[in-house]
Ligand binder design. Structure first.
Ligand SMILES: Cc1ncc(COP(=O)(O)O)c(C=O)c1O
Length: 381
């Protein structure tokens, strides 16, 4: 290996090590019985019998791989059925399945905005959105997290533009579990005429009468121009999708997005599992109030035990601990006590806001909350 390159890599890794920020990969064993409070399988659908059976049936029918990029032969009837199902469910006319949420966001935000355009993005939007934004050549301004007054001020401040204004938000923020007021965003969109890109990754399945997401929950159905969602979180599968009212968005991705054009397409088994998961989610309407009660019970329990967490009813609860070494200490102790948790540190989150991101799952018993709190108290003692 080139010596200068090795030296550079070692230096940057040592820098991370020194500030307790070095990331390490740990292989999870299938026999690990610890309570998983880290993944995004909020509804437990990745192990749902109907979802697994649909994936297995598709494995037998289509084989283990799509074996080609979508414009060659990778796009199958099952992908088509999935994109149509997702679009109809969430109130859009057009949908396109993508390989990952990361590539969907980077394709949308790297491809649609151009030099001369302006992007107004919430300060905490996901890395995949920023990746796209940086590649787009458009000018970026970031507004304070969930602060729609600040967004409105920026919209007033900007002189008339020849280009397009994009507003970029999530519906449930991945590391904070909080949300913006989507109805207000919808009314700002009407007033100012911007293109609103909304990432519903962490809301799908959890929110809405039919589980289609936070737009449905807040009575702002299909208000965003473009929705990005993933199949790998609440839907218990793998892959992602982009929805739009305008057919041109789908066509532009098919024609210009390298992430779509030049990559082996999502395995049909993942698409089939996601289709079955959508069905399961639609049938869980009666259970959704239990999910919100679960989230509130965890938040109340943590606050009562002296840990500051925000109120809310999303599946993500940030337990902010501050410095990275403190966060690591908690994570290590919790793992030893039987909880799979991950220490989220900068640059994933802002400096000094290291945290345990508690990720809830349908069916967690009250006993788990009690033993989790006991374990937390054990660390802080
Ligand atoms: C808000 C948000 N969008 C997109 C993604 C990426 O989705 P995927 O895991 O399907 O690549 C994530 C993943 O963590 C996310 O949190």
């Amino acid at each position: 290996m080139n010596a200068a390159l090795l030296q550079r890599l070692r230096q940057s890794l040592a820098h991370r090590e020194g500030s307790s920020l070095r990331r390490k990969l740990t292989a999870r064993a299938s026999s690990d019985t610890r309570v998983n409070l880290a993944d995004n399988d909020y509804l437990g659908l990745s192990r749902d019998p109907a979802v697994v059976a649909a994936g297995v049936a598709a494995l037998h029918e289509w084989g283990a791989s799509s074996s080609a990029s979508p414009l060659v032969t990778g796009y199958t009837e099952i992908h088509q059925q999935l994109e149509q199902t997702l679009a109809a469910w969430q109130g859009y006319a057009h949908g396109l399945v993508m390989n990952t949420g990361f590539s969907a966001n980077s394709a949308v935000l790297g491809g649609l905005p151009k030099k001369g355009d302006l992007i107004l993005a919430d300060r905490l939007v996901h890395a995949s959105m920023l990746d796209g934004i940086m590649a787009s050549g458009a000018r970026l301004r970031r507004f304070a997290h969930n602060d729609l007054d600040a967004l409105e001020l920026m919209l007033h401040e900007e002189p008339a533009l020849d280009g397009v204004i994009f507003v970029v938000t999530e519906s449930v923020y991945s590391m904070d579990g909080d949300s913006p007021d989507l109805k207000r965003l919808a009314s700002l969109r009407k007033r100012f005429g911007f293109c609103w890109v909304l990432d519903e990754a962490h809301a799908t399945g959890w929110y809405g009468a039919t589980g289609s997401g936070l737009q449905e929950e807040q009575g702002a159905c299909a208000a965003a121009d473009i929705v990005v969602g993933t199949l790998g979180k609440g839907l218990g599968s793998q892959g992602a999708y982009v929805l739009s009212h305008a057919p041109e968005v789908r066509d532009a991705l098919i024609n210009f997005a390298g992430e779509f054009v030049y990559s082996t397409y999502l395995a049909p088994s993942c698409a089939a599992a996601a289709l079955a998961a959508v069905d399961r989610v639609k049938g869980m309407s009666a259970e959704r109030s239990e999910l919100y009660a679960l989230s509130q019970a965890w938040r109340d329990g943590l606050v009562e035990a002296g840990f500051a967490v925000p109120s809310g009813d999303s599946p993500i609860i940030p337990l902010i601990l501050g410095d990275s070494d403190v966060t690591l200490k908690y994570a290590t102790a919790l793992r030893a006590a039987g909880f799979m948790v991950s220490a989220i540190r900068p640059p994933t989150v802002p400096v000094r806001t290291g945290r345990i991101r508690i990720s809830l799952r349908r069916g967690l018993s009250p006993a788990v909350l009690s033993s989790f709190i006991a374990a937390l108290k054990g660390v802080s003692a």
